[in-house]
Design a protein around this ligand. Structure first.
Ligand SMILES: Cc1cc2nc3c(=O)[nH]c(=O)nc-3n(C[C@H](O)[C@H](O)[C@H](O)COP(=O)(O)OP(=O)(O)OC[C@H]3O[C@@H](n4cnc5c(N)ncnc54)[C@H](O)[C@@H]3O)c2cc1C
Ligand code: SF4
Length: 551
């Protein structure tokens, strides 16, 4: 047992190595040796520091599979680097990363460390505090991003409270700057976005491809045991772990996506199924966010496959827009607003206002005044809403569900009911294998719930049952009727939708994109409105009445 500790011990430095080599701290979200400080000298001159911190693991009740994925990748990355000839200090610590590095530097007398700027704000703050206490570390810009702060500012200018952003402008700028899917200064296919073509439900054809197998090796099995004991009370199932943890397997997963999934991605991007939860989504987000897969390489591969006719243009463009557009856009928004701390919108009742000096408390903007506690259904207690129960069960099992289920089921319901957007964000952060502050806070507080008052999205992404019924097969297996909006067997989503619009008229009534639904609402007779309110209240009370498990 303990094979990892024995293996990595062989890569420990001698005294001279501590002086002669360049020592690089690799943060837990930047496992790659193809860009950045690890490429700047040969392996025989490189020393690597990796910190496995139980302090970080215990900070939230992170999904067990998320911890296995992260720790096993971390351990395999350490061994891969040792195999290249680098010396490795793999430091187990109960301290935070910053404090652990400070202790290690003093203990081993490492004169100077260097690191890539971590993507996660929480880790950046932790390092800054350690630097203030004497840690000697050089933080260099992260070259894995596809855009710079200047790219973002050149489109929107400096952040000021009340400013609203439209992602499309940034995306066009990035297409022009990089030349990706561009010919003679014009977009290939004569349009920048094929989003409107990508909205088909899926009825079983083409069949969903088989997921490749990533059998856990001895090191991963050790990590599974560790997580099962050290983090036993955490969220999520740990069984049937089947995610890549070596560079070779991460690349294999990407090749599988490129060849089998992406050719069908576009048209079915928004489809939802209870019998095919993954459909044609690449599921590479967690690996990209860990640094294992580089966005530049993925974008290049997809562009080249489209060029050779292997992936239809609409699918290729849809995928590239996510990486070159949304992913980059979200991290700039997070940086510009200091994780939404600078937003000038209403703040959630009962939650302390978060400032830069309180790094562990997340911002709780609440432009729509949502502050009801997140109900037990999100923690796995069955609600009877088949769409919600199906997606939550998948998340408990896998730590992942695709974009539209996140947006139009989990966030939609929370927004319609007025559940705390901050609590929902913290839930996503715990529950999803790809969640880190910069990406989860912007997506949930911004795109998912409109808690940011429209900084990220021009209107809330909300709908009644009709959308879910059109895009999924959930409603056919539900006890509620998506065609009815009132009465005990009616789908609660529809009544919740109309009462949401009514409740938020002061904030949303003037939004030009919502004029049509507001006109429909205004035509509803009084007695129907009364019944809709009753149905919505009933649904919220039912969800709120269920006891929530503790994590
Ligand atoms: C409420 C909500 C919460 C989300 N939380 C996260 C999160 O914690 N972490 C995360 O990586 N993504 C998050 N997303 C974005 C998106 O849903 C996931 O990136 C995507 O579902 C991951 O699956 P995939 O790899 O199959 O993605 P694909 O559909 O294959 O998309 C390709 C890649 O584009 C990137 N991407 C796509 N959309 C976004 C986006 N909106 N923001 C950032 N990157 C994007 C991802 O890296 C993804 O792997 C969230 C979206 C919503 C609506
Ligand atoms: S009927 Fe309503 S609750 Fe049931 S699956 Fe459809 S949208 Fe969800």
């Amino acid at each position: 047992m303990d094979s990892f500790r024995n293996l990595i011990l062989a890569a420990s430095p001698k005294k001279r190595d501590l002086i002669d080599r360049r020592w690089i701290f690799v943060p837990y979200d930047r496992f790659n040796d193809r860009v950045g400080p690890l490429t700047e000298q040969d392996a025989n001159s490189t020393g690597i520091v990796i910190v496995e911190s139980t302090n970080k693991g215990h900070r939230r009740a992170y999904h067990k599979k998320k911890l296995v994925l992260l720790i096993s990748n971390m351990r395999h990355f350490a061994l891969e680097q040792a195999k290249r000839g680098a010396k490795v200090i793999y430091y187990f610590s109960e301290l935070s990363h910053g404090q652990a590095l400070l202790q290690l530097q003093r203990e081993k007398k490492i004169p100077q460390l260097v690191t890539t700027k971590p993507a996660e704000r929480e880790l950046r703050i932790d390092l800054q505090q350690a630097i203030a206490n004497g840690l000697n570390i050089d933080i260099v810009e992260d070259a894995t991003w596809l855009s710079t702060t200047d790219d973002f500012l050149s489109v929107y200018g400096d952040y000021s409270p009340g400013k609203s952003y439209v992602m499309d402008r940034f995306y066009r700028r990035m297409r022009q700057k990089t030349g990706i899917l561009m010919k003679n200064g014009r977009p290939v296919g004569k349009q920048f976005s094929f989003d409107a073509d990508n909205r088909k439900p899926w009825r079983g054809d083409p069949p969903e491809p088989q997921v490749p197998a990533f059998e856990p090796d001895e090191i991963t099995r050790e990590v599974i045991n560790l997580v099962g004991t050290t983090y036993s009370s955490h969220f999520g199932n740990i069984g049937d772990f089947n995610l890549p943890v070596t560079q070779q397997d991460c690349d294999r997963m990407w090749q599988h996506s490129l060849e089998n999934l992406l050719p069908h991605f576009g048209p079915f991007e928004d489809a939802m199924r209870d019998d095919a939860p993954r459909l044609f989504h690449s599921r590479v987000s967690a690996l990209v966010n860990l640094g294992r897969l580089l966005p530049a390489e993925l974008v290049r591969d997809v562009e080249s496959a489209a060029d050779r006719g292997r992936i239809p243009l609409a699918s290729a463009e849809g995928f590239i827009r996510q990486l070159l557009g949304w992913r980059e856009f979200m991290r700039h928004i997070h940086q510009q607003t200091d994780g939404y701390r600078l937003l000038d919108v209403a703040h959630e009742r009962g939650k302390p206002r978060s400032t830069s000096h309180e790094p562990l408390i997340g911002a709780a903007p609440a432009a729509l005044h949502a502050s009801l506690p997140l109900p037990a259904a999100y923690w796995g207690v069955k609600s009877g809403l088949h769409c919600l129960d199906t997606v939550v069960a998948q998340v408990i099992d896998e730590g992942w569900s695709h974009h539209i289920t996140r947006l139009m089921v989990l966030s939609n319901l929370a927004t319609l009911c007025g559940f705390s957007a901050r609590e929902l964000t913290d839930w996503f952060w715990i529950a999803y294998v790809d969640a880190y502050d910069w990406v989860v806070e912007t997506n949930v507080l911004g795109m998912g719930t409109y808690a940011d008052g429209g900084v990220t999205a021009t209107k809330p992404y909300v709908s009644g049952a009709a959308y879910i019924n059109r895009m999924s097969n959930y409603c056919g297996h539900c006890r509620y009727d998506p065609k009815k909006s009132i009465g005990p067997d009616s789908c609660p989503f529809t009544a919740l939708y109309w009462t949401f619009l009514e409740r938020n008229r002061d904030v949303l009534g003037g939004n030009f994109r919502l004029q049509m639904p507001y006109r429909t609402l205004d035509r509803k007779p009084q007695d129907e409105l009364v019944q809709l309110r009753e149905r919505a209240d009933e649904a919220i009370s039912h969800l709120q009445s269920q006891a929530r498990p503790e994590y």
